[in-house]
Design a protein around this ligand. Structure first.
Ligand code: SF4
Ligand code: SF4
Length: 129
């Protein structure tokens, strides 16, 4: 059972209650399909410009979290044709934030949670043994 956490973006914390994110964890779908079993172990909110994310990730790790996911809306946008990566999401530097979190915590960092954009291959920062 992999203990997962989500870091969401402050830019929609008052508009989305993360329903699809939680549903995907429960059903092991989309960004969580990579786990045979997983359980939500924490949620934090990133604040611009994102420098708090490393501290949040360290706290999550101290609570036993084994993988950190960044919300899909941070890097993709909902369109009439579904979620798309073109034109980005709320955050212009999600990759940098995730790379920094991975370097500091050594936890696997996953770019995506729910409704992954069409043609998107899940991006993961993790050690390869
Ligand atoms: S990824 Fe989707 S469900 Fe999760 S916080 Fe963003 S908009 Fe809400
Ligand atoms: S740094 Fe990016 S993910 Fe973090 S709050 Fe700002 S826009 Fe959202």
């Amino acid at each position: 059972m992999t203990k997962v956490a989500i870091i969401r973006c402050e830019k929609n914390e008052n508009t989305c209650p993360m329903t699809a994110c939680f549903q995907c964890i429960t059903e092991h779908k989309e960004g969580f399909e990579r786990y045979s079993e997983c359980i939500l172990t924490g949620v934090f909110t990133c604040r611009c410009p994102g420098i708090n994310a490393i501290d949040l990730a360290k706290i999550l790790k101290s609570k036993g979290v084994e993988a950190i996911h960044f919300c899909t809306c941070a890097f993709a946008r909902k369109t009439e044709k579904g979620w798309r990566i073109q034109n980005g999401g709320f955050c212009g530097h999600a990759d940098t934030i995730l790379e920094d979190i991975h370097k500091e915590t050594e936890l696997p960092c996953v770019k995506g949670t729910a409704h992954l954009p069409k043609y998107y291959t899940l991006k993961v920062w993790e050690h390869v043994n």
